[in-house]
Design a protein around this ligand. Structure first.
Ligand code: ATP
Length: 338
């Protein structure tokens, strides 16, 4: 990997509150890396430190080889940031905002092109205060990209957007990535992470508790399977006990709501279970394997409900950032720390 962002053992406290507690993370050129986590996990603080808008207590950050604490201006010229809660003057019009921000950069993107990409052309003359929440959101993304950054940090990218606008925004982000921009995406939405991210890190209480590709995280160690099935009524308890004792089986539980049994185990748990049952002439019904989702992983490692973690509507807002490009590729490597 050719890292464009390297964070080592970063720590940030607010008084007694430890917001970021020893995070290390490397992001390769052209990757889309998702930062997931419950409310208050430290995601925003982490990306603010990497963008140079917040000073860490200890640890090191390098963005394109530059220390954002020492030289925030150099980083901001090459990194575009969409912040969660910034806002613009209510009377500033869309085109004016883009042109104003573009003026900060040596090689800005074309504001007209950005308005087109983000569906804001018809709103060019509309004041910020008269835009809908979704339009303000899209403007905040446009402002993050106006410096033609090499890295874009997007915090709550699609919060407040309707389903169609979310999908349009995802398409836009993919096009931005295709131009070589490295993207760090803070999100509460598992579907967004699965759709867009090459790699995700799940942050909880200031620490990275899991990281990997969405697919790798969902597959876990690749050797764990879960099945559900219905045993015929009257199946002797000893049969279930025999299944539970198989070396391929880790656990057998009864699902009270459905009357089924759930069997977890290694990669051979399905044939081993069926074979053991058949030795007793027991033929199970409705046998199915259970797939894990990213949401399951999130709940397992944080104990939080991702939907509950999603913030309520009010739209985020903009801030400038700087520009740029390229690409590397994630591995399927997964780490889950407890
Ligand atoms: N300026 C601040 N002063 C004091 N405490 C703060 C400040 N900013 C954040 N915190 C606290 O630090 C912790 C981490 O906050 P942060 O905003 O980084 O988390 P987050 O994961 O981005 O949360 P959310 O998903 O709700 O935006 C939280 O407990 C928060 O209350």
């Amino acid at each position: 990997m050719d890292p464009v962002i390297e964070i080592r053992d970063l720590r940030k406290t607010y008084g007694p509150k430890v917001a970021v507690d020893g995070v290390s993370l490397a992001v390769g050129r052209g990757e889309i890396v998702g930062v997931l986590g419950p409310n208050g996990a430290g995601k925003t603080t982490l990306v603010e430190c990497l963008a140079g808008v917040r000073r860490a207590d200890s640890g090191s950050v390098r963005v394109l080889g530059v220390d954002p604490q020492r030289d925030p201006a150099a980083v901001r010229a090459r990194l575009g940031m969409q912040l969660q809660e910034a806002t613009l003057p209510a009377r500033l019009r869309v085109r004016e905002a883009l042109e104003l921000y573009a003026a900060f950069y040596p090689r800005p993107a074309d504001p007209a092109e950005l308005m087109r990409l983000l569906g804001l052309t018809e709103k060019a003359g509309t004041a910020f205060g008269d835009l809908s929440g979704g339009q303000q959101q899209r403007l905040s993304i446009a402002l993050a990209l106006v410096g033609d950054p090499e890295i874009a940090v997007l915090d709550e990218l699609t919060t407040g957007l309707d389903p169609q606008a979310r999908r349009d925004t995802w398409g836009l982000i993919e096009r931005v990535r295709d131009r070589g921009v490295t993207i760090v995406l803070v999100t509460h939405f598992m579907d967004e992470a699965e759709r867009l991210c090459d790699r995700v890190v799940i942050v909880d209480r200031g620490r990275i508790v899991a990281s990997g590709t969405p697919r790798g995280l969902v597959q876990g160690d690749g050797d764990r399977r879960a099945l559900r099935m219905r045993l015929p009524s009257g199946t002797p308890a000893e049969v279930a006990a025999e299944v539970a004792a198989l070396p391929e089986v880790h656990a057998l539980t009864r699902v009270d709501s459905t009357g089924e049994i759930e069997v977890t185990g290694d990669g051979h748990v399905l044939p081993a279970t069926i074979l053991a049952l058949s030795r007793h002439g027991v033929v199970p019904d409705d046998v199915r394997t259970l797939g894990r989702t990213l949401e399951d992983v999130f709940v397992a490692v944080t104990g939080a409900d991702p939907s509950g973690a999603a913030p309520s509507q009010p739209p985020p807002s903009p801030h400038p950032g700087g520009p740029h490009p390229p690409s590397s590729h994630p591995t399927d490597h997964v780490e889950v720390r407890s």
